[in-house]
Design a protein around this ligand. Structure first.
Ligand code: FAD
Ligand code: NAD
Length: 472
């Protein structure tokens, strides 16, 4: 056994772990990073990158069939599913160097390609190394949850970890779960020429404002995706090419392939957390607002910490703990300014409170302002007029923003900035956006907040009449 000592031991080289290790090492800490599987974790290998790359193929296919409104004849897209998946693999490969062992080593990090497990509150064993660290960061991510549905273990199915290895185009893809994975992959596959059925036990896109989710779901249905909601799966049977999914009410859905997308399970199994006094619940490792576990020398970040499960959250949390682990400063993680986007077409983006949440908290003090895409000139030029923004405002400051429409994921960052810094609607209204851009929507919705105050106010009208009498 080789004994190692370090300032910071990071377990898991995904979105969170890579950021902590690189940041801490470049600031002078002695860092060891463990990775038992692929460098880059879920986001690079099985998550964000492959899914957005496949969505890009699907968008290209859809685009070919929808050009006539622009004066260019529609084409029937000739989709080569295997080639689309090869494009996905190429994109992953092009990003791999950014997350590689060599890059981390370039920052001075010692990388050990082994799974780690605690053998004491401050010691972790990885292969033939025992590492003693001043502070440990657990960033081991999550895996697809595969529930014990009767019959599931007897049929072939894919998860996000195997979907992108597939080269045979599914004739009819059944997807269990209508969350972001299910809905993004449903639209991608229908656009690539597959029949698609989504079977969702509750409400599809259930974490988002239902008014906005409906715009996305209607679009997907218009494109041919069958979406069954309130359809909890109770049994699965069949064989490759002929799969049947049964729901609690006795409905049966038939398809050729099956994708399981029913949520995530925190990667804690291999860690031997008990020996380190680290507590967990169903969602993952329990952390306080400084991301410390019940063992105060150990932090947990990213998906394994059971909160919002996004790459940008893991990256943000990495920054939070670097401050406290390296400089001993109190550093708290906030969540009110964390946005998320589901990359369907139209996109669906949220930051802060939804309308329902804001109404629960603020009641009559809440004002909701809206602006529709069809009033935006660029959206009209591009024929992307579906969608709207709504901003929840309390005493002149936004407390949440929801956007459904073209580039919603790009537009939402402005509102994260506003929430992170407690900006007022007047500060958003003071911004000037270039004409004609989709981003004018952000300014116009702030304008919509002030319009009734300016244009419907008798006081303003009286003041203008008064001043006009006196100026020459
Ligand atoms: C299909 C899909 C699409 C997604 N799309 C988006 C998106 O568009 N935008 C977005 O923000 N998020 C997206 N996500 C979520 C995003 O991928 C995760 O939130 C993010 O990867 C979490 O980062 P992490 O560092 O917590 O974990 P990971 O990136 O998963 O890294 C964890 C690493 O730890 C390693 N590991 C586990 N146990 C051990 C151990 N004991 N010892 C050593 N190493 C270990 C694993 O092998 C892995 O490499 C998507 C997820 C999926 C599944
Ligand atoms: N664009 C993005 O940022 C993006 C994209 C994909 C995934 N992600 C991340 O990955 C996480 C996981 O995504 P997900 O879609 O797997 O999970 P999810 O938890 O968001 O959705 C899973 C869905 O499956 C349903 N379900 C569970 N059991 C079922 C059953 N037996 N029968 C029918 N339906 C059932 C649930 O009601 C839920 O709606 C997301 O929460 C998100 O954090 C992010």
């Amino acid at each position: 056994m080789q004994q190692l000592k370090c300032d910071l031991l990071v377990i898991g080289a995904g979105s969170g772990g890579l950021s902590v290790a690189a940041g801490a090492s470049q600031m002078g800490a002695d860092v060891v990073l463990l990775e038992g599987h692929k460098m880059g974790g879920d986001c690079l290998n099985y998550g964000c990158v492959p899914s957005k790359s496949l969505i890009a193929s699907a968008k290209a296919a859809y685009g070919q069939g929808h050009t006539s409104a622009f004066g260019v004849a529609d084409q029937v897209p000739q989709v080569d599913y295997a080639a689309a998946m090869d494009h996905v693999a190429e994109v992953v490969a092009s990003i791999e160097p950014m997350d590689s062992q060599e890059r981390s080593e370039g920052f001075g990090v010692k990388v050990i390609r082994e799974f780690g497990e605690f053998i004491s509150p401050t010691q972790v064993k990885a292969g033939d190394h025992i590492i003693t660290a001043r502070r440990v960061v657990i960033a081991t991510g999550s895996s697809p949850l595969v529930p014990a549905i009767p019959g599931l273990s007897t049929v072939p199915y894919v998860t996000n970890e195997t979907l992108f290895d597939q080269r045979d185009k599914p004739d009819h893809l059944l997807i269990i779960g209508g969350g972001p994975i299910g809905m993004e992959m449903a639209q991608a596959h229908v656009r690539l020429g597959c029949k698609v059925t989504v079977i969702e036990g509750a409400r599809a896109l259930g974490k988002d404002d239902p008014e906005l989710a409906k715009v996305v779901l209607d679009s997907l249905r218009d494109e041919g995706v069958e979406i069954a909601e309130g359809a909890m799966v109770s049994a699965v049977r069949g064989q490759a090419g002929a799969i049947e999914v049964e729901t609690k009410d006795g409905s049966i859905f038939k398809g050729s392939h099956l994708l399981m997308a029913v949520g995530r399970k925190a990667n804690t199994d291999r860690l031997n957390l008990g020996v380190a006094g680290i507590e967990t619940n169903r969602a993952g490792i329990l952390v306080d607002d400084q991301l410390r576990t019940s063992n105060k020398k150990v932090y947990a970040i990213g998906d394994v910490a059971g909160g919002m499960q996004f790459t940008h959250v893991a990256g943000y949390q990495a920054g939070v703990i670097i401050k406290s682990a390296l400089f001993g400063l109190t550093s708290k993680a906030k969540s009110n300014h964390i946005p998320w986007t589901t990359y369907t077409d139209p996109e669906l983006a949220q930051v802060g409170l939804t309308e329902l949440q804001a109404r629960d908290i603020y009641g009559a003090k809440l004002e909701v302002v809206r602006f529709d895409y069809h009033h935006n000139d660029r959206a009209l030029a591009e024929r992307k007029t579906k969608g709207f923004i709504k901003v929840m405002v309390v005493k002149g400051r936004p407390v949440g923003t929801s956007i459904v429409g073209h580039q919603a994921g790009e537009l939402i960052s402005t509102w994260s900035l506003a929430l992170a810094n407690g900006l007022k609607m007047s500060q958003i209204a003071a911004m000037v956006a270039p004409y004609p851009t989709i981003s004018e929507i952000n300014k116009r919705v702030a304008g919509a907040y002030f319009s009734p105050r300016l244009f419907d106010s008798q006081n303003v009208k009286r003041a203008v009449r008064f001043v006009q009498r006196w100026i020459s």
